[in-house]
Design a binder for this molecule. Sequence first.
Ligand SMILES: [Zn+2]
Length: 405
Amino acid sequence: MATISARATDDSVSKAAGDPRCARGLDWIDSNSRWVTDQQIRLSEIPAHEFDEARRGEALKELFAASGFEVRTDKTGNVIAERAGSDAKSVVLLAAHLDTVFPAGTDVRVKRNGSHLVGPGISDNAVGLASLAGVARAISESRIRTTKTIVLAGDVGEEGEGNLRGMRALVESYGSRLAAIIAVDGPSTDHITTQGIASRRFEVSVTGPGGHSWSDFGAPNPITAISRGIVQFSSVRVPDDPRSSYNFGVIEGGTSVNSIPARAAVKIDLRSEDERELSRLEAALRDAMQSGVNSEIAFWRAGNSSLQLSTRSLGTRPAGKLPDDSPLVAAIRNVDRYLGNRSRLERSSTDANIPLSMGIPAVALGGGGKGGGSHTLDEWYDPAGRELGLKRLFLTTVTLAGLER
Ligand SMILES: [Zn+2]
């Protein structure tokens, strides 16, 4: 497997930053953060709901190509840009997810509110995509040559039911050449995400005979059965340590107010720092939903087979952790020291889960600036200070990839 040399983790950051070519890249960042923000707005205004990322991907691909990277789209839909190093067997990959949680038809225009930009997806993850475009430009302006090949990717399928399929495909195709992966997700530069939270997502559906609200009254109702299950599961205690969570995120069913529904379904997201706790939660969920169906049937004294329950997996994110003393963490900490940036180690559920679960060194970092309200229509981003995030990514990439004469 390709590795990060110990050399990349000592005080080579200040040496690299002092190299005239790197200084050119850093200067470019200082005078062009407005350009990066403009690209961010443009990308954010191209709808990119899960499984519908192609148009946004094309726009990102043009930005990569304009910076002299070799670009392609893989069969999964990932947009990939490469800048070859002298050692073809070793790759540093920076990836930002293209997709958003907002369905087609959502108004994704970006509005200005003082210094804030407001728009669905403006932070998560237009900031990651624009940061990659900025890093690509800074690299091309610097005209550096590196040992490792630098790969930038806009990847598909991070949100919702995408099941990290974009990152899975990238890891599969680069395989043992991957020395380090940085997922750029969201703005904040105050953390280094080194631990991937495990998650499991399900759709639970209940079907039944349905009928007329008056003449068939007394037939068991799938919506009521699901509601009983939700109420029961909601009284399950979730531990603080290991930190765990659940969310009933989508509920649907029925056709009209005066029909007993023939089907209802709910989508649930379970997360935990610990796989065993996650298994316990999954078992509790299955029990609760089954017992919701049973009590609906019992309440109406209906036949045992009058309602059918089925549970479908919508995706699984494996857990994983980068050791605190890994060379990748050391490299980022050196960059943070050089830039005067304070950061702490953090856990989250991101594209980095996939490489982390496979033992490939990976982190998630923010792209710079500030933001909030992600996954809501009031999502916002403030570009003030974004240069710090861009320099952090640029210097980390250069140190990991290794400068060559
Ligand atoms: Zn994200």
